[in-house]
Design a protein around this ligand. Sequence first.
Ligand code: ATP
Ligand code: MG
Length: 422
Amino acid sequence: MMFKVPRGTKDLLPEETGKWQAVESLIRETCRLYRYEEIRTPIFEQTELFTRSVGDTTDIVQKEMYTFEDRGGRSLTLRPEGTAPVVRAFVEHKLFGSPDQPVKLYYMGQMFRYERQQAGRYRQFVQFGVEAIGSASPAIDAEVISLAMDVYQRAGLKDLKLVINSLGDKESREAHREALIRHFEPSIGEFCSDCQNRLQKNPLRILDCKVDREHPLMNSAPALTDYLNEGSAAYFGEVKKSLDALGIDYVVDPNLVRGLDYYNHTAFEIMSTSDGFGAITTLCGGGRYNGLSEDIGGPEAPGIGFAMSIERFLMALEAEGKMPETESRLDAFIVALDEESRKEAVKILGSLRREGIAADMDYMDRKMKAQMKAADRQKAGFVIVIGEDELKNGAAGVKNMADGTQETVEFGRLAETLKSRS
Ligand code: ATP
Ligand code: MG
């Protein structure tokens, strides 16, 4: 019997984890510059947290959640997204009481969605996301968007398109909702069964349908932006001004609706416009979620955030030829020529590593030539040779692989010498 990785998941072998680590540290560094601090929440949560917040007419809740009952009969769900867990933690730990508002958090971790497998869509994927909770200032919306753009741009991506929209406040959404029902109701029979269900429950979701995307009524549907009340329109105006102030280019798309129910006011997506990218072009999605805290039993705490998957980030880097170079760094490789030398090599290896020098040796009883080759493959900076003579003299041959120079160095001074030469 051959076991395989479960459908929709993948193993990351060392060749790839190097790229991941490069992207991860770039993300952490960017968050530090914006003063967003890391939060880690559990991989699973009470199912109800997601059904309440994400919304029970969404694809995530209807089709994509990994939900199971534990041995105690509780319904748990592998987190499909990060915002609800973070807001849950914000409420549970009373972070709203901290003097530093808004609370600015970021997370990076596995998410789980039972989706049809295709390029850029996995059942287990890693999302990096940020949440700024506690402020209703349009400037923070722009900051969050700017952080997302910054992460991509620092990684070298250029083919990016930022699309923004406003979903308005409750009142605006209600007016728009009624207009949508009037628009779709007469012909709803031509739409998929999901859309038929959505019509009364949540007609906005129809605009995000992947099945009926080409239906002519989609393009002529009433745009949210035409239904914004004065306050919502002013808010949107301020967000745009802040983006302008930051020098960030954007396009307004009145049909942009986000996949989750909790969004209002600002919604945005960042796409890759690179030719090599493929069919799914969305790299990042986010928006404002005033009211989410109250929905899950917390105090009023307006928030905004985004999420991007590392998988799609890497696809964009690949498409633009900007994949980070990752070199495994080996400072020294010890070539030992016989049994006695090998014993000495083990000792020296230990002392080098204690001095912070990345070092390795041969464990396969290989001949000298094969050991040299291994050192070469591993891109060792120095090769240390120990044989009968070297043992006798208590000094090893040290070859600098960069320039080919050689010298003899006492065993006890190897670490010090390597450090001074590199
Ligand atoms: P889509 O319309 O592509 O399904 P979504 O609205 O479900 O996206 P969000 O929930 O907003 O996506 O997730 C934010 C980001 O997470 C997406 O822009 C994308 O980069 C990434 N993402 C979402 N689902 C997956 C997945 N199954 N595999 C890999 N990345 C994903
Ligand atoms: Mg989705």
